[in-house]
Design a binder for this molecule. Structure first.
Ligand SMILES: [Zn+2]
Length: 134
């Protein structure tokens, strides 16, 4: 339901922005879905393989058959196979949030969601790798 609805929304009229908060420094960042063009296509249930790891995106934006953006709809289970998703920008949204926003009377052409993923911002990742304080 949430999956098909959001996919249709993205394919036809809409775009989304997703607010992500760093788990360490709490800094917010905004991730925007790719804008539509003739070469881009939104699809449900797209399998993907990376470094022999497999995963499946609930929704993916393809550009010339290459995944450029992924969306996971969180129902009850936590997204697995995170390693297979490396190199692709993807976000995790709750099903109830998606359904709630898509069932508004006049759905705006841009919807904002909160990312459910636990991730650190680039500078906190940098710190974790090198140990250098900023
Ligand atoms: Zn941070």
């Amino acid at each position: 339901m949430a999956k098909e609805g959001l996919c249709e929304y993205l394919q036809s009229i809409g775009e989304i922005s997703v607010t992500r908060r760093c788990t360490k420094c709490k800094k917010k960042s905004e991730i925007n879905s790719p804008t539509n063009s003739n070469s881009k296509d939104w699809n449900c249930e797209i399998s993907h393989e990376y470094n022999f790891l497999k995963c499946r995106f609930d929704i993916a934006c393809l550009d010339n058959n290459k995944i450029i953006f992924g969306i996971e709809i969180l129902n009850t289970h936590i997204t697995g196979n995170v390693g297979a998703r490396e190199g692709i920008e993807w976000v995790e949204l709750t099903a109830s949030d998606v359904i709630g926003k898509l069932s508004q009377k006049n759905v705006p052409i841009k919807l904002n969601f909160e990312d459910q993923k636990s991730v650190k911002c680039p500078s906190c990742c940098q710190f974790a790798r090198t140990g250098f304080a900023k």
